[in-house]
Design a protein around this ligand. Structure first.
Ligand code: SF4
Length: 492
């Protein structure tokens, strides 16, 4: 059996799915990451930086000269500076390489500190730390305690770079030491598997747990036009059962086979090949005027940057609002804070200022309600006004889910999937780089970064404004369609 070099991340890929590990080794060209992966890496780096800052005398082992140089440098530091915490301490044993976030000397050994940007300990964190513990022990490093250092979501940033209390240290020594006994079997098993052909593993719950697998597109292969997975909330068991019956396309499911009403509706409309709008949708047209169409853009930080904010709270920096009058006049208002300072209060105040005393406020989903409630809790002097706004909210998403389906929506009622079916000229593809919430967050971070080129900043500001405006204009079109059932066309 060939000895394959493994790393902690490879072993963890194998823990998720052996095929994922095999593909990572032999077919890394097939990897396709989601749009949020860049942001996740950036968050991880921020969190690591702050965690390291808690150990001012710590020394970082870089990877600039490759793995073996990092192993050598770690060994040198352990010999020459035995009392110094080491960041990214690198070890290799049995051809398995691991890098420890923080290795802290303690009485008669070391503490292994694994830094995570999550707000709690997850099951896979134990396995992750077990791999490291096993390698360290094999390399002759006595591990006396193991901590999972994760974000304390109750932390409130007092400002001035004071992040004491941002992390919660969970002692996971016992669980990890027990689990570390299983690591040699994992390593043996994966080496054996890697010496063979690509494992035959079907798509299943493992493809998104604990992470979305970057090989999903490859594993799905050539799909039919309306694959079963587009049936709303379909279980893996039902997909497996239907596939075993030779059914791969929604249109091939026989009548009476599905017991879920929503799934049956999607099946029927897909077979019919044209959209269905239920008559009760027209009730939306009974709402009075003025009508408001509201959308927020928000940002969340693992490491808060604004005083008085906590990790992973949705903090609005932008809103867009279309205002439709009984006369048919349509006005657009918007707010985008590009100062880099805490934008929430100005967001709330500017919104209160433009929204009148009466009239429905349409949103798509309940996200806006959560944002308004959080703003009310943050700014008690604005709470009355903000609560009055939440009382007028009309969520279009559940109405759409109940009353409208088009085969091209492929089982999704997201605005981006619904819109092209009723207003093709408003396709999100016509926007620039900012076409979804992740891209909006990334653009905002670039805008408030003082190092961003002024022309680039201006371009991003324009794109962000266009994106948010697009969302609220889409809702105007949606309400029009629900009210009269006529697909919309360009006004120009
Ligand atoms: S998509 Fe699913 S089956 Fe394919 S490699 Fe990833 S986890 Fe395994």
């Amino acid at each position: 059996m060939t000895t394959h070099y493994l790393s902690k991340s490879k072993i963890m890929a194998g823990r998720q799915c052996e095929k994922r590990l095999w593909l990572a080794v032999y077919r890394s060209d097939l990897i396709e990451y989601g749009s949020d992966v860049e942001q996740r890496f950036a968050v991880g780096e921020d969190v690591n930086d702050v965690a390291r800052a808690q150990y001012p005398d710590g020394v970082l082992v870089t990877y600039d000269h490759g793995a073996m140089a990092a192993v050598e440098e770690t060994r040198r530091l352990l010999n020459e500076q035995p009392d110094t915490p080491i960041f990214e301490a690198t070890f290799k044993a049995h051809d398995v390489l691991v890098r420890v976030d923080i290795l802290k000397p303690c009485r008669e050994g070391f503490e292994l500190i694994e830094v995570k940007s999550s707000a709690s300990v997850k099951d896979y964190h134990y396995e992750d730390s077990a791999v490291q513990t096993w390698v360290l022990e094999c390399a002759g490093i006595p591990v006396k305690a193991i901590y999972l250092c994760h974000i304390n979501k109750h932390f409130m940033y007092p400002g001035n770079g004071d992040y004491r209390g941002l992390f919660h240290y969970e002692n996971i020594t016992e669980e990890v030491q027990e689990l570390s006994h299983a690591v040699p079997q994992w390593v043996h098993r994966y080496r054996e598997m890697l010496s063979g052909n690509e494992p035959e593993i079907e798509i299943g719950p493992q493809c998104t747990d604990p992470y979305p697998c970057p090989f999903i597109k490859y594993c799905r292969g050539e799909e039919t036009e309306y694959p079963l997975r587009h049936l709303p909330r379909i279980s893996h068991q039902l997909i497996d059962a239907l596939t075993a019956e030779g059914i791969e396309d929604i249109r091939d499911i026989p009548e009476g086979r599905l017991t879920n009403d929503k799934q049956e509706w999607v099946r029927r409309v897909t077979i019919a090949g044209e959209s269905e709008l239920r008559p009760e949708a027209a009730e939306v047209g009974e709402y009075g005027y003025p009508r408001y169409y509201l959308d927020f853009e928000t940002i969340q930080f693992a490491v808060p940057i604004w005083e008085g904010t906590s990790p992973y709270k949705q903090l609005p920096f932008q809103w867009s609002c279309h205002i439709e009058l009984a006369s048919g006049e349509l006005r657009h208002e918007e707010y985008l804070d590009t100062s880099g300072n805490s934008p929430m209060r100005a967001c709330a105040e500017s919104l209160i200022e433009i929204i009148g005393e009466e009239g429905p406020i349409f949103t798509y989903g309940h996200f806006e309600k959560g944002v308004l409630n959080a703003l009310a809790a943050r700014y008690p002097h604005l709470a009355d006004d903000l609560h009055k706004l939440t009382e007028r909210l009309v969520d279009l998403l559940p109405i759409m889910r109940r009353t409208y389906y088009h085969p091209d929506m492929l089982g999704s009622w997201s605005l981006k999937d619904v819109l092209p079916t009723i207003a093709p000229h408003l396709d999100y593809g016509s926007l620039g780089d900012v076409q979804d919430g992740n891209a909006a967050g990334t653009a905002y971070l670039q805008i408030i970064n003082p190092e961003t080129d002024p022309f680039e900043r201006q371009r991003l500001v324009s794109e962000l404004l266009a994106y948010c405006e697009h969302d609220t204009f889409a809702m105007v079109e949606l309400v029009k369609y629900l009210s009269n059932g006529v697909p919309t066309t360009p006004t120009t």
